[in-house]
Design a binder for this molecule. Structure first.
Ligand code: TMP
Length: 236
């Protein structure tokens, strides 16, 4: 498969066309941003780790019956994915209070919820990805009722699979962000990435943070945390 022109450069990835119009090539960068791009930095080796971790998770989820955009890992940092039209919603599942949830509601981090929660942000950098409810998403035409229902069911299924997978690695899956896309026939698939950039991972014993919060909050040992998660997930 031939790598052709760059179509898009995001904060953490570049996307290229290929000679197959239905397939794109994703190239993961070491660049890291937080707070809608206000904080910028580099996490050495992050691109390679996020590529491999995402592909591992996507293949595991496919086996569990969740359709994804994954096609093929090409190299350390490059992966072929199905071309999708991204539904402009960030879908956030939470099992334990942290981050913006703790801040918004004035509660401490670490409260284990009886049931997982779901929320949506409208993917729009100019607006700072504002929180959005299902009615507003419908009103804006970002998805249909059926699509939102499918996305919710898939997101909770992903949570069940991932929660038990990470529990076996002595990691608590605190929360994570998913994105979904529509393929040519209109069906919804899981897209984007699943990595320490997009999940909160706490060691179950020490509660040590093993994710991008180490970068966001200047906690140090950022690279070590990413490497530790890759080691636990891929066993290397
Ligand atoms: P939050 O607590 O800041 O709302 O983040 C919830 C989860 O979503 C957390 O695991 C980090 C992830 N996330 C992203 O992947 N991208 C983002 O832009 C933001 C704000 C959060």
């Amino acid at each position: 498969m031939e790598k052709k022109e760059m179509l898009y450069e995001g904060k953490a990835k570049k996307v290229y066309a290929t000679d197959n119009p239905e397939v794109l090539l994703v190239d993961y960068k070491d660049d890291a941003t937080a707070f809608n791009g206000l904080k910028k930095g580099t996490i050495a080796g992050k691109g390679a780790i996020n590529n491999r971790v995402t592909n591992y998770m996507m293949q595991m989820l496919e086996k569990e019956g969740v359709p994804t955009h994954f096609v093929k890992e090409l190299s350390e940092r490059e992966t072929l994915v199905k071309k999708v039209s991204i539904v402009p919603l960030e879908v956030i599942i939470r099992n334990i209070s942290a981050g913006s949830f703790a801040k918004r509601y004035g509660v401490e981090e670490g409260i284990v919820f009886a049931e997982p929660t779901i929320e949506f942000s409208y993917k729009n950098d100019d607006l700072g990805d504002p929180l959005i409810n299902e009615y507003h998403a419908l009103a804006l035409g970002v998805a249909t009722k059926e699509e939102i229902e499918t996305i919710k069911n898939m997101a909770f299924k992903v949570n069940e699979v991932m929660k038990s997978f990470f529990k076996n690695l002595n990691v608590d899956l605190v929360d994570f962000k998913l994105e979904f896309g529509k393929v040519a026939d209109g069906s919804i698939v899981l897209a984007d990435e699943i990595s320490p950039d997009t999940c909160r991972f706490w060691d179950s014993t020490t509660h040590e943070k093993l994710d991008k919060d180490r970068f966001r909050r200047d906690l140090g040992n950022v690279e070590d945390a990413y490497a530790e998660m890759m080691k636990r997930i891929l066993g290397e």
